[in-house]
Design a protein around this ligand. Structure first.
Ligand code: SF4
Length: 319
């Protein structure tokens, strides 16, 4: 799996790209910096787009958790309608996106952890929720990978996010090729990945690809895409990943010495205990692939779901 298509990723512009925050600053993010050359980045700063300058007086969410408003205390301006209109228009124009990386805790971009204040003159907390732009993203793109830069410091969430955006980009390519052979190849290459994510959905997708009723290819693609979205709704669980890694061991065990097998099983124990990330057992499998030719395993997306340059960022444990 050497070739990776470029996923379409919408990015809060203040992450690495531009000093457009209310205080005239930008935010550093290792994962964003590394992702830039590998993705088709669509930068956006919703607050600048609705005409607020940089630097600017801070804005905040006020009111209820269910229906917060965007308010600028220093001017008394209610920016709710302006932001909702911008979000609707810009997201409708976007049409396709594989993922979004949005700035955490922002009243516009935060996906879940933005403070909501009780009222215009009552700053006491009413809870936390999504910023107004992010809320529109979550509603319009329910199957896309949507994260903030803070959560992406967690290995498991980052691995899931990256796996999903590159998988969605690959599926878009397959859809454009518009042949059953391409879809069959896609499913075969993602077999182990789907096994880790959702075994029931993997079998369902296998039945869709088999296409026993000879349905038109557009319908098959549509059903497959829906199933894929369901399979990748949540990160793969650790025991399921270990199960697949043990499954891969079975393909190589005849050629490995008892010490090599023990070394691999030790890495699984460390991974299970949370002392290393999945990258450790995966790197051992890559060494086996360099020694023993096995095209079926080498083609499995599970072993390298995204470019190598995006690996090795560690794990903050935060989520
Ligand atoms: S959080 Fe969003 S609105 Fe705020 S500066 Fe960053 S991109 Fe702009």
């Amino acid at each position: 799996m050497a070739d990776h298509p470029k996923p379409i990723v919408v990015l809060s512009k203040c992450l690495e790209l531009e000093a457009c925050r209310y205080n005239g600053m930008s935010i550093k993010s290792d994962i964003v910096r590394r992702l830039l050359p590998h993705a088709d980045i669509r930068p956006v700063c919703p607050e600048v787009e609705i005409g607020l300058g940089t630097p600017r007086e801070p804005i905040r969410l006020v009111g209820s958790k269910e229906d917060p408003r965007l308010f600028q205390p220093s001017t008394g301006r209610d920016l709710t309608e302006a932001m909702k209109t911008f979000a609707d228009t810009s997201l409708a124009e976007l049409q396709q996106a594989d993922g979004f990386i949005l700035k955490s805790r922002s009243p516009s971009c935060g996906i879940k952890d933005t403070k909501i204040h009780r009222g215009e003159s009552d700053p006491s907390p009413a809870g936390k929720g999504a910023g107004l732009f992010a809320a529109a993203v979550l509603e319009r793109f329910p199957d896309a990978a949507i994260e903030d830069e803070g959560r992406l410091t967690n290995f498991r969430l980052r691995h899931h996010f990256l796996t999903k955006i590159f998988l969605r980009a690959r599926f878009r390519e397959i859809t454009e090729r518009h042949t059953m052979a391409a879809l069959v190849g896609f499913h075969a290459a993602n077999k182990f990945l789907l096994m880790a994510y959702h075994q029931t959905e993997m079998r369902n997708l296998g039945r869709i690809v088999a296409n026993p009723k000879n349905e038109p290819i557009d319908e098959v693609h549509e059903r497959y895409e829906a199933g894929l979205g369901h399979a990748l709704a949540r990160p793969a669980r650790l025991p399921a990943n270990i199960n697949v890694l043990q499954h891969v061991l079975g393909y190589f065990s005849d050629g490995l010495s008892p010490r090599e097998k023990a070394h691999f099983l030790d890495s699984l124990t460390e991974y299970r205990g949370g002392r290393v990330t999945m990258e450790v057992p995966l790197s051992i499998i890559h060494q086996w692939l360099a020694r023993f030719r096995n095209d079926y395993i080498a083609n499995q997306v599970f072993l390298q779901p995204y470019p190598r340059e995006l690996m090795g960022l560690g794990d903050s444990g935060r989520n």
